[in-house]
Ligand binder design. Sequence first.
Ligand SMILES: NC(=O)c1ccc[n+]([C@@H]2O[C@H](COP(=O)([O-])OP(=O)(O)OC[C@H]3O[C@@H](n4cnc5c(N)ncnc54)[C@H](O)[C@@H]3O)[C@@H](O)[C@H]2O)c1
Length: 261
Amino acid sequence: MNRVAIVTGGAKPDSIGCAVVKGLRREGCEVVVADLYEAGFAALHDCLCVKTDVADPAAVEKMVLKTIQTHGRIDVLVNAVGGSWGITQQDLVASPPRGFRGLTNCELSDWRTILGANLDSAFYCARAAAPHLKKQGGAIVNVASVAARKGIPPGSEGSSGPYAVAKGGIMAMTRQLALELGEFGVRVNCVAPGVVASGRFNRVSQISKKDHGPEGHLGTIPMGRVGTVAECAALIVALCTDDTSYMTGVIVDLNGASYAA
Ligand SMILES: NC(=O)c1ccc[n+]([C@@H]2O[C@H](COP(=O)([O-])OP(=O)(O)OC[C@H]3O[C@@H](n4cnc5c(N)ncnc54)[C@H](O)[C@@H]3O)[C@@H](O)[C@H]2O)c1
């Protein structure tokens, strides 16, 4: 029996989630991709793609039901949707907004939208998938960010204060879910990337190159380079497999030594 994995945010071809989808397919999983970006679905013809706004709990319930109707089980959930922009149907392919949106100067609507896509979404998906994961055990992997460790300095483009707070919530949720699901053999871990060269990063770096020169923020990364989506996905996939079968409740930093917890 093949394992069945749900990956949220796997439809954009240059996303971390998409690299996770490919990695889980190589591991022999049936993969369900839950994403708003329908244009990416054709390339994922070997997956069940379900158009889903993961910030909408009713849409998440429907996506989980469709997964069960199609495959009959859920073994893995990867919550990869996230970001400060490009996270609603309206702004999916938008450019990053200019200017820094901190906690004290963002719009209330920024707070709601960013918390919705980054934090509420993972809660809705974990809650809807949990009864199915509990049946035979499995793994949940959440994606946080170094932003939750360091905060976002005022002036940073392409990120925001609410984003850092939401990712801090993801870290706490990981620990909480690990406690609640441990007895059912469901492991829950989290990856906290630094800068990863996804399509999202490339769009932000166009701006930072303009503002800060070609080196951008690289000077803050001791390894002298950003991470790749493949490096990030390899870690996430490892946390989904039995290679990490006694590991749960853990946040793994992946940031080229730009921060150590
Ligand atoms: N790229 C980085 O440098 C970086 C750094 C730290 C953390 N992260 C985190 O890694 C994860 C993946 O980031 P990425 O760079 O691959 O982003 P991305 O923007 O390239 O991909 C995000 C995917 O999520 C989908 N999506 C967005 N909003 C959605 C919604 N409401 N419902 C369903 N699907 C939605 C998009 O269509 C896309 O396929 C995110 O949680 C992000 O916060 C990324």
